[in-house]
Design a protein around this ligand. Sequence first.
Ligand SMILES: [Zn+2]
Length: 462
Amino acid sequence: MDLLIKNGIVVNAEGRCAADVAVSDGKIIKVGQNILPGAMTEEVDASGLLVLPGAVDVHTHFELSFGDIFHTADDFYSGTRAAACGGVTTVIDFVTPENNESLIAAFNKRNYFAESKVCIDYGLHMGFSEVNDKLLDEMQEIVNTGVPSFKVFTTYAFKLNDDELKRVFMNAKKLNALVMVHAEDHEALEAAKAEFIKDGKTDAWHHYLSRPEAVEAKAVKKVIELAMETGVKLYIVHLACAEGLAAVEQAQAEGYPIYAETCPQYLNFTSDVFKRPDGRNFVCSPPMKGIESRDALWDSVTGCDRGTISPTYFGINTVATDHCPFRSTDKDRGKDDFTMIPNGVMGVENLYPYMLSEANRGRISFERAVELCSSNPAVIFGCSPAKGLIAQGADADILIYDPGKEFTVSQKNMHSDIDYTIWEGTKFKGYPVRTYSRGLLVYKDGEFTGKAGHGRFIRRFM
Ligand SMILES: [Zn+2]
């Protein structure tokens, strides 16, 4: 036995108990009362602390470039360093083939860049920016490689049309794979953008007005219809509007395998952030919406008014980050034209502390926070039972959390390479004190203690 975490309260999605956790060779070998250490065992006293499974953030964009102009602030090293310091022990990032690359060639290239830098375990989703027979044929091979989730868009230059979406859905259904969709109505938002720019309405607030609630809801409803027709497992990424959420819940109630993710930025902020003088720094798509949408998302997260249906697979199923920050100098390129602002906000270090703080304040249970941030994403994306719970046989991906610690977020105490944060000044009740990735201490009391290359690629199967 390498490590024994004693006297803590172990919290899984299903419940909590006072227990010791024994770790050997990166695995949890026992959870129980009064476990005795071996001669070489390091003992950690977790009296008064919570012992939780590390978060599984299934939506990050590290080391992403748009052409030669914009590069995200975080690469696979600084991104996973920040993740570890926020109690995230698994991330799933994206790869998108370019210039006629095969899916497997694109995967190999991305994996090569990631593997020497990652500090925690990671997986990859496969993105589609076009659809043809060759790419569809290659889906089987990439699923066999451990990448059973595909990402498509209804907007941006790489959007797919309805026919292309349907072909991907049908093929994914055959392979028992999951399709993730970024849903915003392209025609509506492009028309609004052109109109605003023509009228000289160029500030960040008009980024929100060009893609408001209705623009997202329309696309969400369309992709749900396509998913119902094809029977594919659908996962709506970064859901941010009440009307889209209602459509998701309706489809779920009818028994369709449809999942929804939201992000901390949609739960804690509204479109008001775009009115700030530095509002362009927070431009992301979909944008944060009005208070009605934020409240509807929170209602779903708390699982209230759910009647007899379990909240586990109803309404919002996961909270992930869409971590994709661009430096303020890059955001500044759009100060006179919101359409030039690179899209994305930060969150990988804030996700779990935020949700656990809300639990600590009594808004949700700690179990529900674990379910949304760790066990549900692990199950939905095929990394369970190694990830997402504290149990014998699982990976020793463990967060030790002090519910009594007060913490105020500042760019200065974060571990990302981004030069500002939307979370500046936010106060959390309770904070992580230690994170272990497969038994290795990667974070302790405000300091990163991990190392590049420790993380392993997770082959996922559904
Ligand atoms: Zn994203």
